[in-house]
Every structure is written in C-alpha cells, then in structure tokens.
Ligand binder design. Sequence first.
Ligand SMILES: *[C@@H]1O[C@H](CO)[C@@H](O)[C@H](O)[C@H]1NC(C)=O
Ligand SMILES: *[C@@H]1O[C@H](CO)[C@@H](O)[C@H](O)[C@H]1NC(C)=O
Length: 327
Amino acid sequence: MAKMGYVALALVAIFCIVHVQGLSDDVEAAWEQFQAHHPSSTKSHTDAAKRKGNFVKTHEMIQQHNKNKNAAYQLEHNDFSVMDDEEKKRYTGAKAPSGSRFLIADNLDASMRQLPTSLDYRTNACLAPVKNQGSCGSCWAFTAIAPLEFAQCNKTKTSVVLSEQQLVDCDPNDGGCNGGWYTNAWSYLMGGSAKQSAYSYTAVKGTCKFSTSTIGSTVATYGSVASKSPSSMQAALVRYGPLSVAITVINSFYSYKSGVYTDVACDNLGVNHGVVVVGYGNLSGIDYWIVRNSWGAGWGSSGYILIQRGVNKCSIESYPAAIASVV
Ligand SMILES: *[C@@H]1O[C@H](CO)[C@@H](O)[C@H](O)[C@H]1NC(C)=O
Ligand SMILES: *[C@@H]1O[C@H](CO)[C@@H](O)[C@H](O)[C@H]1NC(C)=O
C-alpha cells in the first residue's frame, strides 16, 4: 500500500496530473485535515467535488515548492486552496487608471542620504490592525485607507479606524466590488473619510450612507512616488508613512506562508491587486518590502507578506503613491 501511494505521488509530481483517480494516502490525509479545519468551504459546499480537485492542485503546488530547501519563501494551505481562479479573483480588485500619474511635489533626494537600513511600521501605534476585504474586489479601498489612517493618527496622535465601505458605496471614481484605484479614492476622500464605527464593512456595494458628521479624516494632498525607484519608495516611507502600491497576484501568492516572496512568474504582467508597503529590510541576503494585505490576519505572516525589493517583483515598484498631508 505504501509503495502504491509512493508511485501515485511520483506520477503526480512528474506529470502534474491533477485529476488522478487513486490519490496518494498523503493527499487524502491532507484533504481530510483541511476539511476538518474548513468545514463551511468544503463538506457542506454545493461544489464539493470541484473543490477537492482545486485542493489537490494547490496541494501539489505547495509540496513541489516547499520541498525545495533553497526557496526563499514557503507556501501553505488556507481558504484559497479550494477555490478556482474566478473565485480567487474576487479577493483582488485593482484597476489601473489610464492617463498620467502626477508625482508628489516634494523632492525626496534630501531624505535619501540618511535612509535607515530597515524600517517597520507594523508595530507603529498608528497602523490599524489588518482587515479583511472578503469576496469583494475592494482591495483598492483597503489600500487607500491604511495610509490615511496612519497619516491622520501621526498628525493628531490619536489612532483612528476609517471606513472602506464608504468608498465601496459612494466613490464615483471607482467600481465598488468590481475594482478601483487608490489615488482615485484619495481624490474622493478630499471630501472626508467616515469612521469605520459609523460606516462598517459589508463586502457588498450598497447605497451611499455617508454623512459629514462621521468624518474621521480628510485627505489634503497626495501623489505618486517615482516609478521603479526603490530608494524613492524608501524615502517616501520615511517621510510619509505607509505607501499604496499595486501588484500582480498569481496562484502561488494566495498560498504564501513565510519568507521573502521571489516567484519569477509574477513579473511583467498587468497589476491586479492593491496592497500597502509598511516597511523594508533584508533577510538572509534578500532585500524585501513588508507588505500589508487585506485578507485578514490569518493569511500569510499575520496578514503580511515579504516581497523581494529592488527588482520590481510582481510590479510592486511600478505604482507607489502616498498621502502627503491630511486636513
Ligand atoms: C510623524 O509625526 C512626527 C511628528 O510628531 C514626524 O516627525 C514624523 O515625520 C511623522 N512621520 C511620518 C511618517 O509622517
Ligand atoms: C541585503 O541583500 C542584498 C541582496 O539583495 C545584499 O547584497 C546585501 O548585502 C544585504 N544587506 C544586508 C545588510 O544584509
């Protein structure tokens, strides 16, 4: 039996066969364990057979990758393991606008001379806890809000949690759960950003309920940081705080667990997801950005991922932008 299992596993590994009839004991055991931890997304699901197929595909990818001891990052199972590509796509939602990006007015050269070798805003009191966009293409709203919460808090020395739902419902420049862009959102938020407590998240687009009496912050100035200039991004992080960026999310990204994400497959494709850079550093000789995602604190490294820095990995250095000041 053990030998049969081994042969089946070898076939899967070599030929990447996804719908093998007799799955190896290892895969079956992993599937049992996964179902026990994710009952609502597996056993009771209407599409149970398809979800098992997706799981097996993800499992092979994870096993293949993690057995490479030289890999700079590791993968793991999570809620995305059973989803097909269309379902996963609903957890992203960046739509780059056409037209030019206006650069932030400040000359960042001066601050580049004394750049710290590392920076980490994750423990800064002005960074609100990681949030979860759910199955709604509203990443752009979460990417817009975190830097605003930080800027507001750093100015007033009082932490504030602001509303993504207001953007989903009200922002005429963006597409609610169908995607958007953070600088468009900041343009809209020059009219005020409601507190989360007054306008909570539902992950579906509804009618606009924004009231100026609930404003927790108001964008004054914002702009783009030079494209493909890692040192400008570092300087902007020091000067303005967390930066909004867009990246290309591919299959391996969904299963990220730890380490510095270096997958070459995500390079030079269109961006599809908005995230927030909250710092940088170096791990075992690889420079990285500290990236805050909006898939809850249970995803990745407590809601964060380290992405390789200095090589425009997944286009992360293509569209950085910052809030320069709040009202
Ligand atoms: C935060 O505020 C302090 C002043 O209290 C200022 O020195 C610092 O530059 C600000 N940081 C950012 C990233 O805005
Ligand atoms: C960080 O990683 C780079 C490679 O990207 C390496 O050249 C450099 O020496 C490292 N720096 C530190 C401080 O470890």
